[in-house]
Design a protein around this ligand. Structure first.
Ligand SMILES: Nc1ncnc2c1ncn2[C@@H]1O[C@H](COP(=O)(O)OP(=O)(O)OP(=O)(O)O)[C@@H](O)[C@H]1O
Length: 485
């Protein structure tokens, strides 16, 4: 094989309050070095002289408040813009910071200045917006600014967009307390790297998320289940806040799917899910990203109960298509199994991934052959379920949306081959405390893929990055499939 020739690095000089926007092409990587000045990627500050790698068709922007010089390994799609909404985002961050300070003051019982009559709720922010408005990016920027502020905040970042997966696999909704800035290197883990995908806490900024498995990309597939998962997540967060009252002051930021924002106003399930989030996470502020009509609608519905703030959408947000989303799902599963593997461009030897050593982020999954009876696999509701409102008047379902049904791997229509399964935490040890729908309330401890089914021998092959035993464990199938390519 011929050695790839190193491309001549290209220099860009950025003026104050401008950003370098880039898109990495499929199958290649990009290296960026901050040569001089200060720069950040979605709130994650870059260190001068360090080389940062980007891959898996990453689309992002490097922003500078005061100007900087950067060196790019190999140009992909790129341009510079000095029209960004970063000032508004920074102002919003300052408002949230003031809420944190007031909340902490109240929690500690410190005296309140007589002129300060504001409420002392911690910032519990729900970010809503249509497709491609940059919701996830806004959540990341606000979280990164909070942890960078030097006040010791560790806000909870919540992802209730099942198509994104956050730190888990697509199909899951999750939450994690964030202690250090979240880097951006690949769309496979837009919210940072979770320690759960690794044997130990590999990277210094690995997060410890708590996840529930919804199993589908669309919230309308099973809104009742989605509602329950959101409330489960909220209960966990509130339990955690009760144990750590000062930690409560950092607040939380919730990233939502675009289905919460678009569709007819009369669309019941969308409002029910927004309401579920408001109740579950005790939301004190709704941030609407760049959508006038949605802002008016949200103001009208919730304006009397909590504050509603509208912020502009960034012109840099990329409108990704269906095939890109499909590829990102594959990257996500690949990254879950194999770790974050981005090969540096030719000629680059000292690259890092979000500041971490490249070799620290590599995993090697293993295939295990197990008996059919070893793993109890459930499917929640019937797979071919029509929405409730599409059933004939008076007709009842034979299988409820919330009923876990045991899947028989020997049945030809099991749908298990290549399916992504969530491995659940063990059920309650006390038999008397068990209940029919307990499977819905168990958290996810990992994911696995069924790569082969041998019906005559009643055995199946399971691929997973963690080597624990599957005997007697419980797993749930959704509608995601993945094939190792
Ligand atoms: N200023 C920017 N410059 C370049 N790319 C950006 C910028 N802001 C966001 N992006 C990229 O645009 C894409 C979409 O942004 P993001 O995921 O934040 O939007 P979203 O509203 O959460 O998307 P979805 O509709 O999937 O929920 C991402 O790949 C993100 O990294």
């Amino acid at each position: 094989m011929s050695e790839q020739k190193a491309a001549e690095p290209k220099r860009w000089e950025l003026g104050p309050e401008s950003e370098y926007r880039f898109e990495v092409d499929p199958g290649v990587s990009l290296a960026i070095k901050l040569v001089q000045g200060h720069a950040e990627i979605f709130g994650f500050e870059l260190a001068e002289g360090k080389v940062y790698l980007f891959g898996f068709e990453c689309k992002a922007a490097l922003y500078t408040w005061k100007g900087c010089v950067i060196e790019i390994s190999e140009p992909s799609t790129e341009y510079i813009s000095d029209e960004t909404p970063m000032r508004t985002y920074a102002n919003l961050h300052i408002a949230l910071e003031q809420m944190r300070v007031r909340a902490l003051r109240q929690i500690r019982g410190s005296p309140v200045p007589s002129h300060d009559t504001s409420k002392s709720d911690p910032p519990r922010v729900l970010v809503l917006g249509p497709e491609h408005s940059g919701k996830t990016t806004v959540c990341k920027i606000l979280t990164n600014y909070a942890v960078r502020s030097g006040q010791g905040w560790s806000p909870f970042l919540v992802n209730v967009d099942p198509s994104e997966g956050g730190w888990a696999a697509p199909g899951a909704i999750s939450v994690a307390p964030v202690y250090g800035p979240i880097p951006t290197a690949s769309p496979a883990n837009p919210l940072g790297t979770a320690a759960t995908t690794a044997p130990v806490s590999l990277s210094s900024n690995a997060l410890l998320p708590l996840a529930y498995w919804y199993g589908h990309s669309e919230t309308k597939k099973n809104p009742l289940l989605m509602d329950r998962m959101i409330r489960n997540l909220g209960e966990n967060v509130n339990d955690r806040f009760e144990l750590d009252p000062e930690g409560r002051a950092s607040g939380l930021i919730v990233d939502t799917p675009s289905s919460f924002a678009t569709g007819p106003a009369a669309n019941n399930h969308r409002h029910k899910l927004i309401k579920a989030c408001i109740d579950a996470f005790k939301i004190s502020m709704i941030v609407v990203v760049g959508h006038e009509k949605l802002n008016v609608e949200v103001q009208r519905t919730y304006g009397s109960l909590l504050s509603v703030v509208k912020i502009p959408k960034s012109g840099g947000v990329v409108e990704v298509d269906y095939s890109y989303r499909e590829r990102v799902r594959n990257y996500e599963m690949h990254t879950y199994m194999y770790g974050q593997v981005i090969h540096p461009p030719a000629g680059i030897t000292n690259a890092t991934l979000g500041g971490e050593n490249l070799t620290d982020l590599v995993l090697s999954p293993s295939s295990t052959v197990i008996n059919f009876g070893d793993l109890h696999i459930y499917r929640v509701g019937s797979d071919a379920m029509a929405p409730s409102d599409a059933l004939p008047v008076g007709a009842a379902r034979t299988v409820s949306e919330m009923q876990p049904v045991l899947v028989d791997p020997a049945s030809p229509g099991s749908g298990l081959l290549n399916a992504v399964l969530a491995l659940l935490a063990p059920p309650n040890h006390d038999e008397n405390e068990r209940y029919d729908e307990e499977v819905l309330d168990l958290t996810v401890v990992g994911f696995l893929v069924i790569t082969n089914i041998d019906i005559p021998k009643r055995k199946m092959t399971v691929l997973a990055p963690n080597r624990g035993s599957f005997i007697g464990r419980t797993a749930v199938i959704g509608s995601y499939e993945w094939q190792d390519q």
